[in-house]
Structure formats: C-alpha cells, structure tokens
Design a protein around this ligand. Sequence first.
Ligand code: 4NP
Length: 156
Amino acid sequence: MRILFVCLGNICRSPTAEGVLRSIAAREYPGLKLQIDSAGTADYHVGEPPDRRTVAAARRRGYDLAGLRARQLHPDDLRRFDYILAMDRSNLSELTSRRVTGATAQLALFMSFAPGASETDEVPDPYYGGVEEFERVLDLCEAAARGLLGRLQIAK
Ligand code: 4NP
C-alpha cells in the first residue's frame, strides 16, 4: 500500500503526517507493509528540511522528522500511489485539478479517516501560527493516522 500525504509547502503538515504514520504503523501494525511519502503542491521549499517548529514539536512527542526533505508533487504521483491524502480542501482541489490520464490514486482528506471527524475536516495550516497550532497538527495527524491504520488493517 502506497500512501502520499500532500500539503502546500511540504515542510509542516505533510511531513508530520508522514512521520507520525510511519512511526505508529511500525509500532502498532508491524504486519502492514506501507510505503509512505509526502509532497507539496507548491515549490517554495523544495529540498529543505521541515520547518524547525515542526521538527521541534514532533521531537517532543518522539517523532524524528529531521531527515525529511521537501519535494513538489509530480504528475506521476497520481499513478504511483494508492492513496493521496490532502491536509486541507485547497490541497484536495489542487490534486483533483492535476489528475492526469491514467491516474489511479484515491484522493481524500486525511482527516476523513479520524474517528468522529466529518468528510470535510482539515488539518489547518500552522505556518503563520504559534506553538499551539503546531501541537494541533500533531494531535490531528495522530488521530487520523490511527483511524487510517485501523481501516487498512480491516481491508487487508
Ligand atoms: P505546509 O505549511 O503546507 O503545512 O507545509 C506551509 C509551509 C509554507 C508556506 C505555507 C504553508 N509558505 O507560504 O511558504
């Protein structure tokens, strides 16, 4: 199962989702074989590590994101991945508009997998926020990752 997380810059939300899912999956679902990656719809931060506030907040909860590097979404991603999970509705509409011929990936909002969340819930952009916004990204990613892993386990 190949899963790609997508946000705008690939330095805050989608690397957090990538690291959180990878870590919880390895610890709690060792039998699930997952390939996990992340990308941004924009090219502003290509090649950069995640935002230092993202790295610091994740580290406080035991996730190591320091080795990740930002990349931009590539048209082939829509063929290569089984699921492409967007952080907000704007990312999702970008994905929909870039759907290429032969695109097989299922597109959805990551938060649609969180227990009790509605189909339109988002992981809000923390870039112009403070520590609390970065903590909230982690809370939401942990909830959605657990919901997603539960669904993948049942579907296996
Ligand atoms: P992300 O956050 O989409 O969660 O990585 C952002 C990162 C950078 C910018 C905006 C959002 N920016 O405008 O540079």
